[in-house]
Design a protein around this ligand. Structure first.
Ligand code: GLA
Length: 367
């Protein structure tokens, strides 16, 4: 048990947990199509401290999630989705009780350094941190993979975002030193190290916020399902080659072409990392971005601007939109030792030409 001396509502917090956000290097919108992804954890975390109560009330307060200073209380067993920031918490206790676990009321204080709506999985970090702290508090026999699956179930069945499994697996199992090469069909994974002596990653948040419980994400998912029906396959993962898609009308052809080509890019990216070929990895990221922009249509002009501004630098190998899209962040890779200076220059150029504020998440500023 990790003892904390932080006081929650005047009581001593008895347990605490963290979970990181994630950035996806490549493999976008492939997870709900049974495909491959390559995310890694980011240094920014969500932190939860908890103190048990003697009743059935859950009282949560957060400095960073939801309107400033707003707290929320509910009674265990009476959870219901209200399309508010606290749905994530109510969803976790709802699911645990539905699975037969007995809980008791608690006070919880949440702080998060994972920016919301930035394509860096703030919601997965929140859910995984919450499941972790409850696992410890109530001695729940849950594995990290089960925590990922339950976090996805809260998103799908309570919050109403039909997201795949990548973010929750990344938050629950990835670390900042390696990329998690995940087969989302059977959840087999391998941790793969980027050649640290050669390459550095940068992440810039465009400041254009997105939300996956809004239309765009769920629409793309339905379009992929429709493409499968028309092709007579269970999942787009089952299509070996883009040449097999020619019978599809638009927009299904473009959507499916993105997914099928993206799956093969992930496999090539893993091979490139194993061989230490960073130019190849960068090129695959550039192609991935073009496919998301032109075929899957989930980019926005501000993100395209950030990607193009990145690619204008000769020390950058590649850059792309990361996460679900419709705003959010870009991830890029560049020659080792130049990440911060390049990201600063890219962010400055972005700010001088748009009305948004860009923030650099990685590399973090050193003191
Ligand atoms: C969001 C979802 C993931 C995945 C990505 C796109 O982050 O939560 O499941 O679909 O978008 O790759």
């Amino acid at each position: 048990m990790k003892e904390s001396f932080f006081k929650v509502f005047g009581q001593r917090a008895t347990e605490s947990s963290d979970a990181p956000g994630r950035v996806n290097l490549i493999g976008e919108h492939t997870d709900y199509n049974g495909g491959f992804v390559l995310p890694t954890a980011i240094p920014q975390m969500t932190h939860i401290e908890l103190a048990l109560r003697n009743d059935n009330t859950v009282h949560i307060v957060s400095s960073d999630i939801g309107p400033k200073g707003e707290d929320h209380s509910y009674i265990l067993g009476q959870e219901r989705p209200l399309h508010r920031w606290f749905d994530y918490f109510e969803g976790v206790t709802w699911l645990l009780q539905k699975k037969g676990y007995t809980l008791r009321g608690f006070d919880a204080r949440i702080s998060s350094h994972v920016p919301m709506g930035a394509g860096l999985s703030s919601s997965a970090a929140l859910l995984v941190a919450m499941f972790r702290v409850l696992r410890t508090t109530f001695h729940l026999p849950l594995t990290d993979v089960e925590i990922a699956l339950m976090s996805q179930s809260v998103e799908n069945d309570f919050v109403g975002a039909q997201v795949g499994i990548m973010d929750q697996m990344a938050s629950s199992l990835a670390d900042t030193g390696t990329a998690l090469f995940l087969d989302t069909r059977d959840l087999n994974y391998q941790r793969i190290a980027l050649p640290e002596d050669k390459v550095e990653m940068f992440i810039i948040n465009s400041g254009v916020r997105h939300s996956h419980s809004d239309g765009g994400y769920n629409t793309r998912r339905k379009e992929c399902e429709e493409a499968c029906l028309r092709l007579g396959v269970a999942q787009l993962r089952d299509v070996a080659d883009v040449s097999l898609l020619s019978s599809l009308p638009e927009p299904y052809l473009s959507r499916a072409r993105h997914v099928v080509s993206e799956n093969s890019r992930v496999l090539k990216a893993v091979e490139a990392i194993h061989k230490g070929e960073m130019e190849t990895l960068g090129q695959l990221m550039i192609e991935s971005h073009a496919s998301m922009r032109d075929d899957f249509k989930v980019s926005v002009p501000e993100i395209d601007f950030l990607v193009e501004a990145s690619l204008a630098h000769p020390l950058v190998y590649g850059a792309r939109l990361t996460g679900g899209g419709f705003g959010g962040s870009i991830v890029g890779i560049c020659k080792k030792g130049h990440g911060r200076e390049l990201a600063d220059a890219i962010a400055d150029r972005y700010q001088s030409q748009t009305s948004y504020h860009a923030s650099i998440l990685v590399p973090e500023l050193r003191n």
